[in-house]
Each structure stands twice: as structure tokens, then as C-alpha cells.
Design a protein around this ligand. Structure first.
Ligand code: UDP
Ligand code: MG
Length: 320
């Protein structure tokens, strides 16, 4: 392969029912890519089971410009999997991920690329504000980042989005991870590598409603917690410990005061009250045993993800 047809820059765009947005996006994206990559680019649209004419619009673009490519999935797998498919298919030295609805600003691409040229291997677009976002989505995403950072032990910068660039080295490691129901940016962050941030203001969607509903987003958030952290499992164990501890102390006090010392403080505990303490104690024990189960499950959970123990960035010595 001569250097001229080598792809330097791949842009991966997952699309689901975005027929009206593809052409306008292409019109602004193509000149920018031509410019920054000296014509060595590819645009991979991953059609994620669209019901409208999305695939046809892309195929028409491909007819006009061979650098536009279409990867059509057999059904709607969801954006995260569509992104993973596109990342695996990309052949560039650097791969940019962006949405197909015009929300990710094309004019920030040169900044992503120049950070990459300075040696950053992951360049994350950080959304500063989104004027057209509902309150639920806005505060929902704030809550998500706060919880995520607490529970996962990973640091995700609030507002960091899928609009990002990854180096080929990161791509190669990413495709080795084979985790369904995971959030792409969380996995990329887990991989490490040298990371830089570029801020951007998200545009409103060009046409049509967002495919992601509140229900979808909540499901995604729940899945990414499950895939990154066993912490929710432990929470019930701790609750159980607290309940058992309190009811044990209460029970002991009642036993001594009421039965052994014959009620010198006149607590006058009824049988029902004593029974409640016993029930509380047993409930606590059940929760503790769930916590113990959680320890084992989290062990299996970590194993089952089959993540590599470590990720090598580069090697200086041949044969290592
Ligand atoms: N998308 C996808 N599959 C889906 C849902 C969405 O490929 O099942 C694409 C969608 O076409 C868009 C991007 O993912 O290019 C972001 O989706 P959307 O705009 O609906 O979500 P939001 O901007 O609210 O994150
Ligand atoms: Mg969008």
C-alpha cells in the first residue's frame, strides 16, 4: 500500500434513523477531514438497524465518495455496540467517534487531531453546556457522574462524552475487550493511555427526536455501573451489618434489664416488642448473608469480564 492511500483519520458515526441528518453532517464534515488529514480519511457510518432511509442515504454518499463507508448492522443493537462495531472496522491511525445528529461540533475536530499529533492517545471532548437539554437529562447526567466516580473508583470528568479521538494503539486494546452492555467511553477510560481534554458546546439536534429516551439512558447507566463496579451489591451487606448490630445491642439490653435483673428501670417491654427485635435481628442476618454472597458474586463478576490484567502502551525493546 502506498502512503497516499493509507488512512490517517477514521471517523466513526453510529446512526439510528438519522436519514435527514446525514447529508448536512457530511457537507460540513468532509471539508474539515480533507483539510486536517490531507485527504487520507474515511467516514464509517454504522447503521444501527434504522427503519428509515438512513442506509440508502449513506450508500448514495458512498457512490459519490469512496471514503464514505457503510457498516450496516442486522438490527438495532444500541449506540454503544454500534460504536464498538465501527471502532473495530476503522483502519486509521487515529479514530474519531461522533454522533450523527450534528450535536458534536465538526469544527472541534482539528483540535482533537492536533492534541493527538502532540502525543495524546485519547482526546476526550468535554461538553460544557447543552442549551436544549431537559432538566431531567441535565441533572440525571450530573447524578450519574457523581455516583459513577464514587462507585467505580475511576475518575470520569463530568461532561466527558463519546465525542473523542482514540489512537490506533487504544483501538487495538479496545477490540480485545468483549463486554456486552458496557458503556464505550467507560471502557476507553478504563484502558488508560495518555489522555487530554478538549471542551465543546453541544449543538441542538439537527432533525428528528433523540433515539435515547429517559428509560434507555437509565438502563445504560445501570448497566455501566454493573459492568464497572460491584459496589451496589455490597451496599445491602453493610445495611444488614448495621441492622444486626443495632438489634443485637437492643436485644442484649432487654435480656439483661428485663429477664436477668427483673426490670429495675421499669422498661416494661412487651413480648411483641421483644419479638420485633428478634425479627429485626434475623432480617439483618439475611442481609449480611447477601453481602457475603456479594463478595463471591463480585469475584465471579470480575473474572467473567475477562479483562486483561494490564494494558501495555508501547515497548522499547524488540522481542519483549
Ligand atoms: N444511535 C444509535 N443507535 C441507537 C440510538 C442512537 O446508533 O440505538 C445514534 C444516533 O443516531 C446518534 C447517536 O447515537 O447518532 C446519539 O444518539 P441520540 O442523539 O439519540 O442521543 P443523545 O444525543 O441524547 O445522547
Ligand atoms: Mg444526540
Amino acid at each position: 500500500m502506498s502512503t497516499s492511500d493509507k488512512t490517517v483519520l477514521s471517523v466513526v458515526i453510529p446512526v439510528h434513523n438519522e436519514a435527514d441528518n446525514i447529508q448536512p453532517l457530511y457537507m460540513v464534515l468532509d471539508p474539515v477531514l480533507k483539510h486536517v488529514s490531507k485527504n487520507a480519511y474515511e467516514i464509517i457510518f454504522v447503521d444501527d438497524g434504522s427503519h428509515d432511509s438512513t442506509a440508502r442515504v449513506i450508500a448514495d454518499l458512498h457512490g459519490m465518495n469512496g471514503r464514505v463507508k457503510l457498516l450496516s448492522l442486522s438490527k438495532n443493537f444500541g449506540k454503544e455496540i454500534a460504536l464498538a462495531a465501527g471502532i473495530a472496522a476503522a483502519s486509521g491511525e487515529a479514530i474519531i467517534l461522533m454522533d450523527g445528529d450534528g450535536q458534536h461540533p465538526v469544527d472541534r475536530i482539528p483540535d482533537l487531531v492536533s492534541a493527538w499529533k502532540q502525543g495524546w492517545q485519547v482526546v476526550v471532548g468535554v461538553r460544557t453546556h447543552n442549551r436544549n437539554e431537559g432538566l431531567v437529562k441535565k441533572y440525571g447526567s450530573k447524578l450519574f457522574y457523581a455516583l459513577f466516580n464514587r462507585l467505580s473508583g475511576q475518575r470520569m470528568v463530568p461532561g466527558s462524552s463519546d465525542f473523542r479521538l482514540i489512537d490506533r494503539a487504544v483501538q487495538q486494546e479496545f477490540i480485545k475487550l468483549n463486554e456486552p452492555q458496557s458503556i464505550t467511553r467507560g471502557l476507553i477510560d478504563w484502558l488508560g493511555f495518555k489522555r487530554a481534554y478538549v471542551t465543546y458546546a453541544a449543538h441542538p439536534r439537527m432533525h428528528g427526536p433523540a433515539s435515547y429516551t429517559f428509560r434507555n439512558l437509565s438502563k445504560l447507566a445501570a448497566h455501566s455501573f454493573v459492568s464497572l463496579s460491584p459496589a451496589p451489591l455490597y451496599a445491602f451487606g453493610y445495611l444488614g451489618l448495621a441492622i444486626t448490630g443495632v438489634s443485637f445491642v437492643l436485644g442484649l439490653a432487654v435480656l439483661i434489664e428485663q429477664i436477668i435483673l427483673n426490670d429495675p428501670l421499669s422498661w416494661d417491654f412487651t413480648g411483641t416488642a421483644m419479638l420485633s427485635i428478634l425479627v429485626l435481628f434475623l432480617v439483618g442476618l439475611t442481609l449480611v448473608s447477601q453481602g457475603v454472597l456479594a463478595l463471591y458474586i463480585s469475584y465471579i463478576h470480575t473474572q467473567s469480564k475477562g479483562r486483561p490484567l494490564y494494558v501495555v502502551n508501547h515497548r522499547e525493546s524488540r522481542g519483549l
